[in-house]
Design a protein. Structure first.
Length: 371
C-alpha cells in the first residue's frame, strides 16, 4: 500500500547542476535545489570546521562517506530537521568524523543503489549513548528533507552526481545509508529508497551483511527488492508483489483519529542479497590529529555547538515515527499486505504538505503524513 500526498514547497535557491550526469531514468538525478548551507558541489580539501552547519553528504567509498548527525548532543528524533554533515575526509565544508569513530563498514555497490552498513561510537558525532535514533531522507514534513536543505552525492557512476532519493538510519552505535542511483519501469528510485518504514530497522529496509563490526569491506552485491515488497506470483511474465505499509495512527486538524497501514508486520525482508568480489582494508583513517578536531583523546566528544541546537526536546524517537529504527533485528510475522503491481509513478508522486494534513482512506490509497 502506497501513500499519495498532496503539496510541497521549494526554497528559492540555485538549481542543482548535474552537467556530467549520464542519461538516467527520470527520478534518479536530483533536479531541486542545493541547500543554503552547502557548497555548490562536493569538494575535497575544505577547511577544518567542527562547528560547520553544512548538510552535503558524499557516499563514494569505504573510506570516503558522510553521515548526518546532530550539531550538538541531542537525540536524532529531536534534531532531524537541522542535523549536519560529518565526513570521513576533509570535504564539503562538513565536520570531520574523528579517526577511531567508525569500527566497521560494508560498502556495497549494486546496479540500482550504493549502500553502506556501519558501526562505531557515534556518541562522537553528538548522538547520545542509548539513543536508538531515527531515519533521515530527502522528504520530511516540509518537503525540504530531514535535515532541511540536506543533499547527497556519489561518484559511484564515474563522476560526482546529486541523487534525488536516499535514506539514512542512524543511532548511537550503528548506521545504514542507501543512495539510489538507477531505476527502470518496475523499480523507481523512490521505490528502492522507500522512506515510510522508519520503525522497521536497517536489516529490514537495507538488507545486507551486518556481521561487519571490526571489518572494512567493499563488495559488489545483488539488488534487493524495494523495502516492503514481496513477490507473490508471475502473471504473463510480470512479477506481482504484495507491499507492506507500516502501521500509523494520527490525528486530523479537526481532532478525528485515523489509522493506516497493515495489521501484521513481516519478520524480515524477502531476501538478503548475495555479495561478491569483496576487498577488505585493515581500517579507515583521515590522519587528522584529534587535537585539530577539538579532542583531547580518542574517547572524548567534540565541543558542543549549542547555538545550532534549536530543536525542542521531546522523546528519543524520531519525529517520523522511528523508535529504535537502526536495530538490525526487525521482528513480527508474515505480511498480509494487499497484492498489487506497484506503480513507479505512484511512488514518485510523494509530495508533502507544509501545514494541513488531510487523510482520505480509499482502497489501497491513503493521504497521510508519515514524516
Amino acid at each position: 500500500m502506497f501513500s499519495t500526498l498532496a503539496a510541497a514547497f521549494m526554497l528559492a535557491l540555485p538549481v542543482i547542476s548535474n552537467a556530467q550526469a549520464p542519461n538516467l531514468p527520470p527520478g534518479v538525478i536530483a533536479t531541486g535545489t542545493m541547500g543554503p548551507t552547502n557548497p555548490p558541489a562536493p569538494t575535497m580539501g575544505t577547511a577544518l570546521n567542527q562547528s560547520s552547519v553544512a548538510r552535503l553528504l558524499s557516499v563514494n567509498a569505504v573510506d570516503d562517506f558522510c553521515l548526518f548527525a546532530p550539531p550538538a548532543p541531542q537525540d536524532i528524533g529531536d534534531s532531524e530537521t537541522f542535523e549536519v554533515a560529518w565526513c570521513t575526509k576533509q570535504r564539503n565544508n562538513a565536520r570531520v568524523i574523528p579517526d577511531g569513530t567508525i569500527t566497521g563498514v560494508s560498502f556495497l555497490k549494486t546496479d540500482f543503489y550504493v549502500q553502506i552498513i556501519g558501526y562505531g561510537d557515534l556518541t562522537k558525532l553528538n548522538i547520545p549513548a542509548g539513543d536508538f535514533g531515527g531515519e533521515l531522507d530527502p522528504h520530511g514534513a516540509f518537503g525540504d528533507g530531514n535535515p532541511i536543505g540536506g543533499n547527497v552525492t556519489s561518484n559511484i557512476l564515474g563522476s560526482d552526481m546529486n541523487f534525488a532519493e536516499w535514506m539514512l538510519y542512524i543511532d548511537f552505535n550503528q548506521f545504514c545509508i542507501r543512495v539510489c542511483t538507477n531505476a527502470n519501469s518496475t523499480y523507481s528510485a523512490g521505490n528502492m529508497c522507500w522512506h515510510e518504514l522508519d520503525e522497521m530497522g536497517c536489516a529490514f529496509v537495507m538488507p545486507g551483511n551486518y556481521n561487519v563490526n571490526g571489518t572494512f569491506e567493499t563488495c559488489d552485491a545483488d539488488v534487493a527488492y524495494p523495502p516492503g515488497w514481496y513477490p507473490t506470483a508471475t502473471v504473463n511474465g510480470v512479477t506481482q508483489f504484495s507491499t507492506f505499509a507500516q502501521r500509523f495512527t494520527g490525528t486530523l486538524p479537526g481532532g478525528s483519529v485515523y489509522t493506516v497501514g497493515d495489521l501484521t508486520t513481516p519478520a524480515s525482508a524477502f531476501t538478503t542479497p548475495s555479495s561478491s568480489n569483496c576487498v577488505t582494508v585493515p581500517t579507515i583513517s583521515n590522519g587528522i590529529a584529534l587535537a585539530s578536531l577539538g579532542l583531547t583523546q580518542a574517547g572524548s566528544a567534540p565541543a558542543a555547538n549549542t547555538a545550532a541546537a534549536t530543536g525542542a526536546p521531546n522523546s528519543g524517537s524520531s519525529g517520523s515515527g522511528s523508535g529504535g529504527s537502526s536495530d538490525p533485528n526487525a521482528s513480527g510475522s508474515a505480511s498480509n499486505a494487499k497484492t498489487t503491481q506497484p506503480s513507479s509513478a505512484t511512488a514518485n508522486a510523494q509530495l508533502y504538505p507544509m501545514i494541513a494534513l488531510w487523510a482520505v482512506l480509499s482502497g489501497v490509497g491513503a493521504i497521510v503524513l508519515f514524516h
